[in-house]
Write a protein that binds this ligand. Structure first.
Ligand SMILES: *[C@@H]1O[C@H](CO)[C@@H](O)[C@H](O)[C@H]1NC(C)=O
Ligand SMILES: *[C@@H]1O[C@H](CO)[C@@H](O)[C@H](O)[C@H]1NC(C)=O
Ligand SMILES: *[C@@H]1O[C@H](CO)[C@@H](O)[C@H](O)[C@H]1NC(C)=O
Ligand SMILES: *[C@@H]1O[C@H](CO)[C@@H](O)[C@H](O)[C@H]1NC(C)=O
Ligand SMILES: *[C@@H]1O[C@H](CO)[C@@H](O)[C@H](O)[C@H]1NC(C)=O
Length: 243
């Protein structure tokens, strides 16, 4: 597997390759969570935040595949479940968006320019299946590179709200998820990725990349990969969220 290839072109999708789209529908096999499903004691504590990353127009490209619709349903249901908590914890959404129509964050020599050049203003909106709840205090941040906190107040918000644990959903697995796991891990957060709620769009050895990240790379940090069922159970076991 060539990770360098995987790192360079995830946002570029072709609809003819939809059938290869890899999401969490146990295809080619079920991802092994890092925490055994027999453990009934996982909790996120009280200072946790839910990160919903790059759920933007890109989602449309995978929406018609089996894996894509499973991903959308699982992630949308998770977001609704979080909003239904009393009180709701902090939810932060990221989108690829720029300070103006000239996209000044993208320079002629920035490697990310190739990736983001095709993201129009319309495509940078949160995909309609995913609800942003202003009343619940949800935050939507613009970002201009892979990492969810690039060029925005993500870290300021997490620190100010005394967050110690983050639970990640989003696409792509090799882009925003992998980059954000690494950076927040380095910043001392306890990081969980929900396997059902991330997807690797077709092309560039997507199945191998997806499996290697969720079963090899993230567990080796170590950070945790869990199922959406484990995440829901953990939320029920966690204290009322402080936000
Ligand atoms: C959670 O449960 C498992 C098995 O039931 C046990 O091995 C582990 O020590 C427990 N962890 C905590 C933090 O209690
Ligand atoms: C997915 O299906 C919908 C409704 O059938 C259609 O409008 C949309 O263009 C399709 N998207 C892709 C990427 O094929
Ligand atoms: C999430 O993944 C697990 C397999 O580990 C599967 O049993 C479960 O059905 C999936 N949940 C959803 C909502 O797709
Ligand atoms: C997920 O799918 C189930 C079964 O098809 C449906 O009842 C539910 O409304 C869907 N949830 C969301 C948030 O799309
Ligand atoms: C976020 O991106 C939008 C364009 O989609 C832009 O209008 C807005 O000014 C940006 N916000 C910030 C804080 O940069």
């Amino acid at each position: 597997m060539q990770l360098s290839t995987a790192f360079s072109s995830f946002l570029l999708l072709s609809s003819h390759a939809l059938s290869q789209s890899i999401g969490y529908n146990c295809n080619p096999h079920c991802i092994n969570p890092t925490i055994p499903t027999t453990n009934r004691n996982l909790t996120f504590g009280r200072h946790y935040a839910v990160l919903n990353l790059d759920l933007i127009g890109l989602v449309d490209s995978i929406a018609n595949s089996t894996a894509g619709s499973a991903f959308i349903n699982s992630t949308a249901s998770w977001i609704d479940f979080i909003h239904a908590q009393n009180p709701p914890p902090l939810s932060i959404f990221s989108r690829v968006a720029f300070s103006g129509s000239r996209k000044p964050e993208l320079g002629p020599k920035s490697p990310f320019t190739k990736v983001a050049a095709s993201v129009t203003l319309a495509e940078s909106q949160i995909y309609p299946a995913f609800k942003v709840d202003e009343q619940a205090g949800d935050v939507v941040l613009n970002k201009s590179r892979y990492y969810a906190g690039w060029g925005n107040p993500l870290e300021t918000i997490l620190r100010a709200q005394q967050i110690d644990t983050v639970i990640l959903s989003g696409l792509t697995t090799s882009g925003v998820i992998l980059n954000t796991v690494y950076t927040l891990y380095n910043l001392d957060y306890k990081v969980y990725v929900i396997a059902n709620n991330t997807i690797q769009p077709p092309g560039n050895n997507a199945p191998e990349v997806y499996n290697a990240i969720l079963e090899g790379i993230i567990p080796s940090l170590p950070a945790d990969v869990i199922t959406v069922e484990q995440a829901r159970d953990a939320v029920k076991r966690s204290g009322p969220a402080i936000y």
